[in-house]
Write a protein that binds this ligand. Structure first.
Ligand SMILES: [Zn+2]
Length: 213
């Protein structure tokens, strides 16, 4: 069944998507990938896209829809698409439903990997790297591991990270833009919210359980 995976930057969506692709043999569909692939294939549409992008112009919904249809009708991916970063607005969500219906498919699960702003901040601010073995731990989430670190806790050092503001801004933008799309899907029984603050393995298990149903 097809899946939509939502999640703000920093929630670990990429890691989980990769996992689903490998374990359940899915095709990960993001519009970025679709566009890049088409350019690589050197098709007529591909060169049109290349020209738009190199001129700093937006690729129209019409082109994106054409590419979406190509993937949805590709028998190799039938009912095994994981939509990543799409749909981005309600219009696209409605459009996706229309295309899927047209080809007798649907969305089996909508998964929202949610994580709070506070956790994202702590993940960045708390990052510590060992200057001997390069292991990365987090001052907020790995207190015990830091205490027991074989090289000695004093070798774990925080690095100044100027990324925080950028990451938080991206997070806020994503959450604001995605809210209406989530509201569109949240009423469906196949909508699941997963706590992105959990450990990666725990999240993976939860996703596995969802996909088994
Ligand atoms: Zn170390």
């Amino acid at each position: 069944m097809n899946i939509i995976l939502f999640g703000p930057p920093g929630a670990g969506k990429g890691t989980q998507a990769q996992f689903i692709v490998k374990k359940h043999n899915y095709f990960q569909l993001s519009t970025g990938n679709l566009l890049r692939n088409e350019v690589k294939l050197n098709t007529e549409l591909g060169s049109e896209i290349e020209e738009l992008i190199s001129n700093g112009k937006f690729v129209s919904d019409e082109i994106v829809n054409k590419l979406l249809k190509q993937s949805i009708t590709n028998l190799k991916f039938r009912d095994r698409i994981i939509f990543d970063g799409y749909p981005r607005n309600v219009e696209q969500a409605i459009n996706l439903e229309i295309i899927l219906n047209e080809f007798n498919q649907s969305i089996g699960h909508t998964i929202f990997l949610n994580v709070s702003r506070d956790i994202i901040e702590k993940r960045i601010m708390g990052r510590m790297t060992c200057d001997i073995c390069n292991m990365t731990l987090n001052a907020y989430f790995n207190k015990k591991e830091i205490e027991l670190h074989p090289c000695g806790a004093e070798h774990l050092k925080k690095r100044k990270d100027d990324n925080l503001e950028v990451v938080i801004a991206r997070y806020d933008t994503y959450m604001t833009a995605t809210k209406p799309v989530l509201d569109f899907y949240i009423k469906n029984s196949n909508f699941t919210e997963i706590d992105g603050a959990d450990e990666i393995g725990q999240i993976t298990n939860k996703i596995n359980d969802i996909l088994k149903v």
